[in-house]
Design a protein around this ligand. Sequence first.
Ligand code: NVA
Length: 304
Amino acid sequence: MKGKDFLSVADLEAEEVSAMVQAAQKMKSGDSPRPLEGKVLALLFEKPSLRTRVSFEVGIRQLGGECVYLSKEDIGLGTREPESDIAGVLDRWVDGIVARVFSHRSLQILAERASIPVVNALSDLEHPCQAMGDLLTIHEQKGRLDGIKVAFVGDGNNIAASLGLGCASVGANFTIATPKDYQVRTVAWEEAGKRAARSESRLEWVEDPRDAVRDADVVYTDVWVSMGDESEREERLRAFAGYQVDEELFARAKGDAVFMHDMPAHRGEEVSEGMLEHPRSVVFDQAENRLHAQKAILAALFAE
Ligand code: NVA
């Protein structure tokens, strides 16, 4: 991984995904390497962020480095200046770029132009750092990943794509329930299919959330209207009616299943009022684990 980019879970070989989860566990249990000593990373965010921004800023400091935060207004990615010029300039000053963008293509251009590592902090297609933190959370909760069933209910979005790819890499089964027109249809899903075949795990789409959660060890949901999809809000609320994860749906999963959500959550839409506070909700563990997982990723990219 040293010196490479991390734009997709697919940038890690399947075996590297499991190794990264173990590295994240070590970070969490107090391993404190300082591979970023003397290094500065640019955090380039086109969209709002709480978890990702804070966990990256804290993680970079804990690894001995520093960072500069640049908002949409500061840089105007692709509007004030093309991505390639921004990458060319940052390349001369900083040691890495962590970017949250509207279009995945922007990340690819940054990565093509910059010689330093570029990390995807969420794009329209993937959120690989979230998926790595989530695999750590599932491993902590279930003691293993191989053979675990994860049921994702809602929109076939960036979170679903990265998590499906992550699960397929480590031999976890991934069933997604979405309305017909909201399936994951990206290259990430194709790659997930190939990885699932190799790990002999199941990767499947179903239309009915009740079919998805049957025998599930994990029930996962995410917002119906992702950042950038706001103009489709009304249409999406209509399409996703019936896909809310509530106590009744959750009760159809295994008796010891856990509930996950990457947050921010919209109570009353994809999730009922009480689910985040449910005794088997692990949403705050998930948020914490972003830190450990991202530190493991950065430590691999900036290995001495
Ligand atoms: N699918 C959501 C995830 C937010 C962390 C979005 O892209 O807005």
